[in-house]
Design a protein around this ligand. Structure first.
Ligand code: PLP
Length: 402
């Protein structure tokens, strides 16, 4: 197993913080009681769950009673969308964006088949939304607006509170997939227009398979998982106590480090980006020129395949990604970059580096050292290195028709 790698794929998943592992271990080995039990052995466990809930609430600037533990971002997104629609059965319109994660997009597609009308808002070349398009789409029939806080592929951040203000004017429920934003952008649900927010543990140094939702007090919520009365009747099933405790610890650490860690990550990311642009010709930052997460850079290298760059980076023990972890494996270009209307050669030649608080100067230096020669080598082998205009034009046409 490879452990000594330079891990720059933190939007896919993160290393579990050792303090989180330490916090959860006693709840696997010794304190295995059911938090719903009446006896004090279960009571101890229930106290640990309550403390974890308080820590997650603190990270989101929410009240403890507004937090529901889930199995992660996908469940949260599914539950939020279904809950919002069930709360307003007469309204049949949903608004989302073309660049959401599949956990939102594929639910919306299914709902479309079930008779809902869905508006997929477009993005511009920077990956940013046009709020006039949102305003024009909103009607009294809109049940739900579900829009991500920050994009997992480009790191582009949407103006969530401006969006929320418009949504409120039409009385729709506002769900925000904040899986990539929590821990990177300060959150204060007390002053927010967000009704329901989704977060995931494994993006903030907690284990996989745990997450949380914030549901603002007063928002009608029908559970996705039906069974026992856990989570105040909002998510049935015996809670995953060790993972919840780990998430609580991770949330506490994220809040503690947020300001200093994000400033550091931004500095490292900016240096990486600036140096790559200086050293490597014909490359550009996807999503540059608008607000972005501090830890993410997505760069398109013309005339070569992103997957080939990743393979050669992998030989140098550097982990990055092309597209999202969910869609990589297929050679289909990313739906996010496509929605941005980027040219063929950028669509196919883009890679993402995503940093975290463990990323070091030396790791960034190593990428800067090896990447220019990797790109040069691949371009020398590239069939369209000489900017074969007619071939590229053909590909653009194919793309336009798909
Ligand atoms: N939403 C976004 C924006 C994501 O980036 C991800 C995961 O990559 C998810 C939802 C799904 O979260 P999970 O992996 O916890 O199910």
């Amino acid at each position: 197993m490879q452990k000594d790698c330079i891990y720059l794929d933190n939007n896919a998943t993160t290393k579990v913080d050792p303090a989180s592992v330490e916090a959860m271990m006693p709840y696997i080995t010794d304190y295995y009681g059911n938090p719903s039990s009446m006896h004090s052995f279960g009571g101890q466990v229930s106290k640990a769950v309550k403390e974890a809930r308080e820590k997650v609430a603190a990270l989101l600037g929410a009240n403890e009673s507004e937090i529901i533990f889930t199995s992660g971002g996908t469940e949260g997104d599914n539950a939020a969308i279904r809950a919002a629609l069930q709360a307003q059965p007469k309204k049949r319109h949903i608004i989302t964006t073309q660049v959401e994660h599949p956990a939102v997009l594929n639910v919306c597609k299914q709902l479309q088949h079930q008779g809902y009308e869905v508006t997929y808002l477009s993005v511009d070349k920077r990956g940013q939304l046009d709020l006039h398009e949102l305003e024009a789409a909103l009607t009294g029939n809109t049940a739900l607006v579900t829009i991500m806080y920050a994009n997992n592929e480009t790191g582009v951040v949407f103006p969530i509170e401006e969006i929320g203000k418009l949504v409120k004017e039409y009385g729709a429920i506002f769900h925000v997939d904040a899986v990539q934003a929590v821990g990177k952008i300060p959150m204060n649900m007390k002053d927010s227009t967000i009704d329901i927010l989704t977060m995931s543990g494994h993006k903030i140094h907690a284990p996989k398979g745990i997450g949380a939702m914030y549901v603002r007090r007063g928002v009608r919520f029908r559970p996705l998982l039906i069974g026992g009365g856990q989570e105040r009747g909002r998510r049935a099933g015996t809670p995953n106590v060790p993972a919840i405790v780990a998430l609580g610890k991770a949330a506490e650490l994220e809040l503690l480090h947020l300001e200093e860690a994000t400033a550091r990550e931004r500095k490292l990311r900016d240096r990486l980006e600036k140096t790559i642009l200086e050293l490597i010709p014909e490359c550009e930052v996807n999503g540059g020129g608008t607000q972005r997460l501090p830890n993410t850079t997505n760069i398109g290298f013309k005339y070569i395949e992103g997957e080939a760059i990743l393979l050669l980076l992998n030989q140098e023990k550097i982990c990055a990604s092309s597209g999202s972890a969910c869609s990589s494996g297929s050679l289909e270009p990313s739906h996010v970059l496509r929605a941005m209307g980027l040219p063929y050669t950028i669509l196919h030649g883009s890679i993402r580096f995503s940093l975290c608080r463990y990323t070091t100067e030396a790791e960034i230096d190593k990428v800067i050292e090896v990447l220019p020669s990797i790109v040069k080598r691949l371009r020398e082998m590239s069939p369209f290195k000489n900017d074969d205009a007619s071939w590229l034009q053909e590909q653009e046409q194919v793309l336009a028709h798909n």
